[in-house]
Design a protein around this ligand. Structure first.
Ligand SMILES: C[S@@+](CC[C@H](N)C(=O)[O-])C[C@H]1O[C@@H](n2cnc3c(N)ncnc32)[C@H](O)[C@@H]1O
Length: 237
């Protein structure tokens, strides 16, 4: 699962026993050698989908980590690129990889922007937000965008109950719930709390008009449906 440069199992366990913020601070130097960094094929397909919907001026990557989404914005947003994350360790790695980007340390549930961006993206972070936290997250992104701005992010479609992936994700979420029942602070990371319809409804409630496009280049399930979709939430002009 991990390359030799990645974290050991012991390091991962120590990280998961701290808070989300501290866990990522510890993981940051090795994060790019884990499968948690959004892979290049997802980033490339997202760029391909968004390129025809531009041009975008300024872009922001919410929960930027070490900068996977900053690389996307650098290809789409010639007016400047901003990354926001609450882990200082992850931001330090992002700065080293993307020296031209503006990096802001902030909690994504309280984004400190208003009417500044034409494009917002987020990758691999939605599972860190409880359903009850999504309204604050989406309201902050809505506020950060200019009228007509776009908030785009890929999201996995649920694997069928008969597939091994369903049981792996269920097992992971169950382990995290047990961990969070007995250890403080919690480490919020769940795979099954972001169903497409619920996320779409929360985006609409925040004031976005929402479209979805299947990312079939990332693979299809046995029934032919895409494994991943791109959510396209537009702030009305
Ligand atoms: C799995 S990593 C994804 C990083 C990067 N977007 C990528 O796709 O490779 C999740 C990131 O979300 C950040 N994060 C989680 N909860 C956050 C919050 N409430 N506010 C800001 N950043 C948060 C973490 O610090 C971490 O860098």
């Amino acid at each position: 699962m991990f390359s030799p440069e990645g974290p050991s199992l012991r390091e991962l366990c120590v990280q998961a026993l701290t808070s989300v913020e501290r866990g990522y601070d510890l993981l940051a130097p090795k994060f790019d050698h884990t499968p948690f960094r959004t892979p290049a094929d997802i980033l490339d397909v997202t760029v391909a989908e968004l390129a025809g919907r531009g041009p975008f001026g300024r872009g922001v990557d919410v929960c930027c980590g070490t900068g996977a989404g900053l690389a996307v914005l650098e290809r789409l947003s010639p007016g400047g690129v901003t990354g926001v994350d609450f882990s200082a360790g992850m931001l330090a790695q992002a700065k080293a990889a993307h020296p031209a980007a503006t990096l802001v340390r902030a909690d994504a549930r309280k984004l400190p922007f208003a009417g500044e961006f034409d494009l917002a993206v987020t990758f691999g972070a939605m599972g860190h937000f409880l359903p009850s936290e999504r309204p604050a997250l989406f309201a902050g992104v809505h506020r950060a965008l200019r009228p007509g701005g776009l908030f785009a992010f890929p999201i996995g479609t649920p694997p069928p109950i008969t597939s091994p992936a369903h049981w792996v994700l269920l097992g992971f979420d169950t382990a995290m719930r047990l961990r969070n029942a007995v250890i403080r602070p919690p480490f919020v990371m769940y795979y099954r709390t972001t169903p497409l319809d619920a996320v779409t409804n929360d985006l609409r409630a925040a004031g976005f008009t929402v479209d979805r496009t299947p990312l079939t280049a990332l693979g299809r399930r046995r029934d032919g449906t895409a494994r991943c979709e791109l959510l396209l939430a537009r702030k009305p002009s």
